[in-house]
Structures are given as structure tokens and as C-alpha cells.
Design a binder for this molecule. Structure first.
Ligand SMILES: *Cc1c(COP(=O)(O)O)cnc(C)c1O
Length: 369
């Protein structure tokens, strides 16, 4: 009988141990250089990440949330505008829309990809619609071809929330570079994470890039000559240095996650009472999460029992955005998102997770079902 102390949902100690000598070196370099804001690592990282993504402009920011807010503002979205997004996402997607004074309009999701159901998208478009924010949830690419077809038909901006999908592809293109603007997060648990907050706005549109770069530093192109009301939303030099160490590993790490997803699929296929995540043919899924669905109202009970057995799982997300207290007054129904919120369960996954740990997790889950 395999015994295991406890399995976390995410274990960063593997990468930290592997990279520690390199990280200590860059910390020392930054300390010695003594430039902590907008230094050489920020500039170099922006170039390296633009090259990796295959995009003209990459603007580092303080967080993924700021990337969406600044992206909306740079694209001219504001009061009176409607922005369509998914109700099954992290709150920040909708929060950013409200933060710029626009109105979030929700389109229900597909229960297999967990992403916005594009068959329902056109019905949500009104004369006030200005933009769509698709979210590549859990690392599964939205069908960007179909989404762009609809966006182009109505001349809508597309701002991709790529917080959970760094390195994921639609056909052969990196997501976050397909719409008008891509927004990334370097929150520590994301596929490419800093060791603090961080974010990035990617775009091929020079005007949007210039505006975002100004908004990042108090609305100024030239220091002390402020032109618009902006923000202080810079990525720290130390975080940029960390991200430069980590960027060369991202493909290997995403491959590790894909392999882990294949292993779970092999271990859990055909098990009754659960539904496994899908990967559509147009997508290169990067499995930010491995999220299953537990049927028949048993999700919370199964999660509690797994926890007793030392297996940590998470519920992303227990309440769909339109049902959160802040948006409750909308009084709308999104049946698929609501169903998913009651069924989803994210299992432990990280790039270096091994088969033994996954077998343990899977066997405990199967015993409980
Ligand atoms: C993490 C996340 C964000 C926000 O990123 P932060 O860097 O934490 O501000 C936005 N959208 C989604 C889908 C996320 O997962």
C-alpha cells in the first residue's frame, strides 16, 4: 500500500530548488546594480517575452488585473460601453470591466471546455457592445477563429484574458496575441509565475501599446509631464529578473503539465460519477488546472474526504461571477456556469508532479466515488 503524507494542489518547491542558484545570482545582480524600478531586466524581459509570444509590443505591469484595466482604457473602453465576457472566471475579468466604468455582459459557458459558449455570443451583442473579453480558462484555448469571425462582423475589440494560459496556442499561434490585446498574469501560481505580483499587456497595435505604456507610469511619456490620469502599475525589477530566469523553462513546464493531464486521463478514464476535462483539436491546452466535474451533488463531500486523506483540491470557482454579491442585483441566470460552480474540482497539478502522486490522488478519488 502506497503511503503519502499529503499532496498539495500546487508545489513550487521543485522549480525553486532547481532554479535556486540562478535565482540567487540574479538577486545579487539586481542588488549590486541598485536599480529597482524600470531597470534593464524589465526592458530585457519585455523583449524576450515579446519574442516568445511572437508579438510586437509587450508592456509589463503590476498585475494581470491591471493588464485588463489598462488594456480596456488603452482601447478606449469606458462608461456607456458594454463588454461581453464569461461568468465562469476569476472575478478580476469582470471587475476590470466595471472598474473602467463599462458594463459586463455575461454569456454562458460550454460545459465541456468551460469557456464562453460562442453559439450564444451573437445574441448578447447590442449597439453598445464595444469589446469581448474571452478567457482561456484553466489553460484551454477559446476557439479564437470563430470568436474573431463574430467580433469582426460587429467590429468589436477583442481583449484576451490569458492569465491562465501563458504558452497555450490556438492552432499554431500563442493565445494573447490573436485578439487586439492580450492580458497575462504572473501571479506566483500561474504557469509562468513571478514570486510576487506581475502582469503583462501584449499587442501588435502601436497606438494601444503607447497608451498602455503611458497609463503604467501616471499617464506620462516623459517623466513629470503627465498627459492623462494614469496609474502606478510597473513590474518590479526583481520580478522581471526572476521571470527572465523562468521564461526559458516555460515550454518544458507546460509539457510537464500536459503529460500530467494525460496521466490523469489514463488513470481516471471510464470512472463513473466524474467528467474529465477535454482538449479541443484547435487548442494546445496548457493545463493551468486539471479540473474535473463530480456529478450528483457529491463534489463537496468528496473534496472534504480527499482533504482528510491529505489530498488538497480546489474549487475554481464556487460562485459564478454573476452570482457574486457585487453583481447579484443583475438577477440573471447562467445555467451552465451555475452547474459548473457546483460540480468542478481541480486536482493537484504542477509541471514536475509524478505518476506515483497522481496514482495516489486517483486511487483515493476512485475509492470515494
Ligand atoms: C489570475 C487571474 C487574473 C488576475 O491576475 P492578477 O495578476 O492576480 O491580478 C485575471 N483573470 C484570470 C482568469 C485569472 O486567473
Amino acid at each position: 500500500m502506497l503511503s503519502m503524507k499529503s499532496v498539495p494542489i500546487l508545489d513550487l518547491s521543485y522549480e525553486i530548488n532547481e532554479l535556486k542558484p540562478q535565482l540567487m545570482q540574479v538577486f545579487e545582480n539586481v542588488l549590486d546594480a541598485g536599480t529597482f524600478i524600470m531597470g534593464p531586466n524589465v526592458k530585457k524581459f519585455e523583449q524576450e517575452v515579446a519574442d516568445y509570444l511572437g508579438v510586437k509590443f509587450a508592456i509589463t505591469l503590476n498585475s494581470g488585473t491591471d493588464a485588463i484595466i489598462i488594456g480596456l482604457l488603452a482601447a478606449g473602453v469606458g462608461p456607456g460601453d458594454e463588454v461581453i465576457t464569461t461568468p465562469f472566471t476569476f472575478f478580476a475579468t469582470a471587475e476590470a470591466i466595471s472598474q473602467v466604468g463599462a458594463t459586463p455582459i455575461f454569456v454562458d459557458v460550454d460545459e465541456y471546455t468551460y469557456n464562453m459558449d460562442l453559439l450564444q455570443l451573437e445574441a448578447a451583442i447590442t449597439p453598445r457592445t464595444k469589446a469581448i473579453i474571452p478567457v482561456h480558462l484553466f489553460g484551454h484555448t477559446v476557439d479564437m477563429g470563430e470568436l474573431l469571425r463574430i467580433a469582426n462582423k460587429y467590429q468589436l475589440l477583442v481583449i484576451e484574458d490569458t492569465a491562465q494560459a501563458f504558452g497555450a496556442e490556438y492552432q499554431d499561434r500563442k493565445v494573447g496575441t490573436i485578439g487586439d490585446i492580450g492580458c497575462f498574469s504572473f501571479f506566483p501560481s500561474k504557469n509562468l509565475g513571478a514570486y510576487g505580483d506581475g502582469g503583462l499587456l501584449a499587442t501588435n497595435n502601436e497606438e494601444f501599446a503607447m497608451k498602455a505604456a503611458m497609463l503604467r507610469v501616471h499617464g506620462s511619456k516623459k517623466k513629470y509631464y503627465n498627459e492623462v490620469i494614469g496609474y502606478n502599475s510597473r513590474l518590479d525589477e526583481i520580478q522581471a529578473a526572476i521571470l527572465r530566469v523562468k521564461l526559458p523553462y516555460i515550454d518544458k513546464w507546460n509539457d510537464g503539465r500536459k503529460l500530467a493531464a494525460r496521466t490523469y486521463k489514463e488513470l481516471l478514464s471510464g470512472v463513473e460519477g466524474i467528467v474529465l476535462p477535454v482538449e479541443e483539436s484547435y487548442a494546445k491546452h496548457v493545463f493551468h488546472q486539471y479540473t474535473i466535474r463530480v456529478k450528483e451533488g457529491r463534489r463537496d463531500e468528496i473534496q472534504a474526504k480527499l482533504d482528510e486523506l491529505g489530498v488538497s483540491t480546489m474549487i475554481y470557482y464556487p460562485v459564478p461571477v454573476h452570482k457574486l454579491p457585487v453583481y447579484q442585483s443583475m438577477e440573471i441566470q447562467m445555467p451552465k456556469a451555475e452547474k459548473l460552480a457546483s460540480e468542478v474540482l481541480s486536482l493537484p497539478i504542477w509541471p514536475q508532479i509524478d505518476r506515483q502522486i497522481q496514482s495516489y490522488v486517483s486511487s483515493k478519488l476512485i475509492e470515494l466515488l
